[in-house]
Design a protein around this ligand. Sequence first.
Ligand code: TPP
Ligand code: MG
Length: 383
Amino acid sequence: MDDDSRFEVSAGAKRGRVSQGDIDVGLFQILAPDGSYDARAVPNLDHDAFQELYRWMLLERTFDERMVKLQRRGQIGTFGSGRGQEASIIGSGYALADGDWLLGMGREAGAMFLQGLPMRDLILFWRGVEDANREMAKHDQMIAISIGSHLPLVTGAAWGMKLADADSVVAAYFGDGASSTGAVHEAVNFAGVLDAPAVFFCQNNQYAISTPFEKQTNACSIAQRAVGYGIDGIRVDGNDVLAVYEAVSEARKAACAGNPTLVESVTYRRDAHTTSDDPGRYRDESEVKQWQERDPLVRYESFLRSEGLWNDIDREALVEGINEEFDDALAAADEYEERSVDEIFEYLYDDLPPYLQRQLVEFKVFLEERPDAYDHIQQRVKG
Ligand SMILES: Cc1ncc(C[n+]2csc(CCOP(=O)(O)OP(=O)(O)O)c2C)c(N)n1
Ligand SMILES: [Mg+2]
């Protein structure tokens, strides 16, 4: 703000009051759940791109299914599936450009692949291989397991981009649960002050493990908070891939012009939180069924049919191709040289600080005394 207008005293129509009722953000949608749409609102993409969006959503779904199976066979420690969130993940990832950074939380596999991360590296990550983080960094990506902790980094990195005059943005992927952490409020607020080119993409999948959205906040939406941070917000139907693509494209453009944007993608996590979770203990199956009826792939298929673009798509062949891609990635992950527990200690510092050197020695002595602890390390429940 260049002038001092905010300090001017004015009676104002609201007499200094603001309430929830003042903010009815609504929901940005292009494809209605029944598949109908306003042709004028459809993004300006060519036929290949429309079909590619479908393939990517199918890839997200197939990848998630294969990863859950791997965990069941004991080949990865844990996994957080994005089932039901394919439009949210792919629509947003497709709107990013080369050179953008993607700092996420783990439920955005397809968006990371779209930004060039090899599938192998994500399999390694979920196997607990620390090197996977280094591989992600090569693609300007990271996953923050401590929820919300990456958002201050997003603001800092985006500010750096601004200072370097780069024509890129930093995209933050986080969840409704993370949105309640202090770090998120600080980061988004400060991005507004700094005009940092950041896109804050919150996948509101209605749950933070077992905590439903209505227990997360008394606010009606996450998008409305943007006003409080002094930036713009968009609340988009996260099961509508075209709307998400459009919303994030808009947010990206605004961010490049120095206007960070908060996008709330309203969707639903149909699988368990992670493979260590049992959602049957806190939500009703009928709720899941309701959201299944809003399946993002089915809705988009209906759009492709209406546009005469479905005939060229051979769904089975696409799934087969994706499965082959997954098999190759898994074979490459299996070939990856296993490292010892040392890598947990060596990961962060070039020169190990004395207190970590001490802990490493202690840990090795412990493992010699208790070799069975290795089994525990392998089987530990994470996430
Ligand atoms: C700081 C911190 N507290 C608690 C946890 C445990 N935890 C892991 S995921 C999660 C919920 C995340 O919910 P949300 O942000 O909505 O993302 P979602 O998993 O639904 O995609 C919690 C509490 C954590 N990883 N980090
Ligand atoms: Mg959530």
